[in-house]
Design a protein around this ligand. Structure first.
Ligand SMILES: C[S@@+](CC[C@H](N)C(=O)[O-])C[C@H]1O[C@@H](n2cnc3c(N)ncnc32)[C@H](O)[C@@H]1O
Length: 395
């Protein structure tokens, strides 16, 4: 997500796309570069000079975003010691803002839908510290596996569960209180078939199941009746000690209003047109491929606007009453942002657009709908990002 440079020779087809979508081409060409951003893992503040010496670059504190620093876009951090040791991770400042919009409080149970590859999930875990839980869901197994690697590298996975699942159907509630989910009958006796502490070396049966799921994912034939595949859980995620029945039990709609998630982030798949770095890749891939990948694609990876709205509907259902839902995309098109939320609000009397309190000092613009926000490279010196926040009302 980190941005690099601009002055791109934008092809006519892309300029037409920008014009059709009311996006100013200057966003891509007006500035020399946007900084690279990193987030310092809490606890690493004392090592800032050491980190600067290792990456051979001064870190500039991002005043509006706690824990974030900017650095020159030309600095490569991937081979540096602090990166390998998990003291810093790359995440664009606009992505950080989408996470802050959730306004995470101690003890929250957070659902990160469309979680992979996981920079936002890491930040959510960081913000939760030792309290609450985070559930990451993504339909792409290989991407979610990368997310698991990140959590393990940054030692942020203790309260985390990762499920391969489709966001239009994922229906598992947070494990608010582990004892809640253990029936007396089970609690009194030694349970069989319970989840023991996570190990990357899975029993043969589970590995076979994972291999089957991988095959299904490859052929995109995900069985509707299959449970979401749990590919990681931490020791305080509530999973350890549960039986499969307990983990996968579903609840009624009336129970969801009190036992649902406190916060949900839907960082939807989009055409990525807000990311200069993504657009830059077409110089290498060939501008002619832009047609198939961005211009003709309503959404990338076949995720249509209708599916995104379906995911939003479903996520609203998964929230407890009074909980918050944040929708973000790295597209700057109205069709993937304001149009989506307009439709969502029209069809949902239990969703109300909310002011993002944390945004007072953020260097961004209002979207076309009041209370929505837009980051772009020129205004914000970040990657392009749209953010909207909703509250679930009792109806
Ligand atoms: C923009 S990326 C998310 C980036 C991520 N939040 C982060 O911070 O690294 C969108 C993700 O949505 C996932 N996705 C697409 N369709 C989905 C669906 N129907 N259900 C769940 N995830 C989906 C994609 O696999 C992709 O990983």
């Amino acid at each position: 997500m980190e941005e690099e440079t601009s002055k791109l020779p934008l092809p006519d087809t892309f300029l037409d796309f920008l014009q059709t979508n009311g996006i100013d081409p200057l966003i891509y060409t007006a500035i020399e570069s946007t900084p690279r951003y990193i987030r310092l893992k809490p606890g690493s503040e004392a090592y800032i000079e050491e980190i600067e010496a290792e990456i051979k670059c001064r870190l500039q504190k991002v005043n509006w975003l706690p824990g974030f620093y900017s650095l020159s876009p030309h600095i490569q951090i991937a081979n540096s010691k602090p990166y390998k040791e998990g003291k810093i991770y790359g995440i664009d400042a606009a992505s950080g803002a989408a996470v802050l919009a959730l306004d995470i409080s101690v003890g929250d149970h957070v659902l990160d839908l469309c979680a992979a590859p996981g920079a936002k999930l890491c930040m959510i875990s960081d913000l939760l510290g030792d309290s609450g839980t985070v559930t990451g869901v993504d339909v792409a197994r290989h991407r979610l596996a990368a997310c698991r690697t990140m959590l393990q590298k940054y030692v942020l996975g203790d309260a985390c569960r990762l499920f391969v699942a489709d966001g239009t159907t994922f229906s598992l509630m947070p494990l608010r209180d582990r004892l809640d989910s253990i029936s007396c009958e089970f609690a009194l006796e030694e349970k069989k078939d319970t989840f023991t502490e996570w190990t990357s070396r899975r029993p043969w049966k589970e590995r076979k199941r994972a291999a089957r799921a991988k095959e299904n994912a490859a052929s995109r034939l995900v069985s509707e009746t299959d449970h979401p595949e749990l590919i990681f859980y931490g020791k305080t995620s509530g999973v350890v000690g549960l039986s499969k029945y307990e983990l996968y039990k579903t609840v009624s709609s009336s129970e969801v209003s009190s036992s649902g998630y406190d916060k949900v982030l839907v960082d939807a798949e989009c055409t990525h047109d807000g990311s200069i770095r993504h657009i830059q890749k077409f110089e290498h891939w060939g501008w002619e491929t832009l047609n198939g990948r961005v211009l003709n694609a309503e959404r990338s990876d076949n995720l249509t606007t209708l599916q995104v709205i379906e995911i939003l509907f479903h996520c609203l259902w998964l929230l407890r009453v009074g909980g918050s839902l944040v929708y973000s995309t790295c597209s700057l098109t109205v069709s993937q942002n304001e149009d989506v939320i307009e439709w969502f609000l029209k069809e949902n009397s239990s969703a109300a657009l909310q002011e993002i309190d944390a945004a007072k000092d953020w260097p961004c613009k209002s979207g076309r709908i009041p209370k929505t926000l837009r980051f772009d490279p020129v205004t914000s010196k970040t990657s392009g990002l749209f953010v909207a926040k909703f509250k679930k009302l009792a109806v």
